[in-house]
Design a protein around this ligand. Structure first.
Ligand code: ITT
Length: 194
């Protein structure tokens, strides 16, 4: 990579435009530009978000040989023993928010957290480096959103602690103040710029 661009440009291998839009805004705070790479990153079966993210980033790097990040994220619900966790994408696609609320109908403990692992890899590194963060909150009793157009995953049923609004009721800028993804990306950006 061109020396002048080092530490300022990175590529994000994801097929999720919502994740990319959030990342673009966070990295702009650090004067960093990010390009979206729609390469299908391999997702291995594992209970560990780190293991999944590390395998994905190496797989994506093999396809493009660029400085690259991937993210593996999941929603962990206490009352469901951490489910759906690493299976969040599958659960969202199959039962969605309505199915999740149904599963939780008789569950009192609604505490939950989102976790995000950002894995970075480029040719200078021996192995991928990970940045992990979480956002603690609870699962609401019903879906709450500003508008359907900007809906992202479990956002309409997740209310972070110390807020009375779900992630789907606030703007990206507001969500980025305390989301799992934004915090992990800030840790990555501080490290990358140095
Ligand atoms: P990639 O192409 O980046 O893998 P993905 O959508 O498959 O995109 P993940 O496996 O990391 O992403 O995420 C699992 C699912 O968890 C995701 O599809 C959403 O349904 C949900 N999710 C993750 N982060 C979320 C967030 O900030 N808000 C709402 N839902 C989220």
């Amino acid at each position: 990579m061109n020396f002048q661009l080092k530490g300022r440009v990175v590529f994000f291998a994801t097929n999720n435009i919502n994740k990319f839009n959030e990342a673009r805004k966070v990295l702009a705070e650090y004067n960093m530009a990010v390009g979206m790479l729609g390469v299908k990153a391999l997702e291995i079966q594992s209970d560990s978000l780190e293991e999944i993210a590390k395998a994905s980033v190496l797989h994506a790097f093999e396809k493009c040989h660029l400085p690259i990040i991937v993210e593996d994220a999941g929603l962990f619900i206490d009352g469901l023993n951490g489910f759906p966790g690493p299976y969040s994408a599958y659960v969202y696609k199959t039962i969605g928010n309505r199915g999740l609320l149904k599963l939780m109908e008789n569950i009192e403990n609604r505490e939950a957290k989102f976790e995000s692992v950002i894995a970075y890899y480029s040719s200078e590194l021996k192995s991928p480096i990970c940045f992990k963060e979480e956002a603690i909150g609870e699962i609401t009793k019903e879906e709450r959103r500003r508008d359907r157009a900007s809906d992202f995953g479990f956002d309409p049923v997740f209310k972070p602690a110390n807020s009375d609004k779900t992630f789907a009721e606030v703007t990206i800028t507001e969500k980025n103040k305390y989301s799992h993804r934004a915090k992990a990306l800030r840790n990555f950006a501080k490290w990358y710029k140095n």
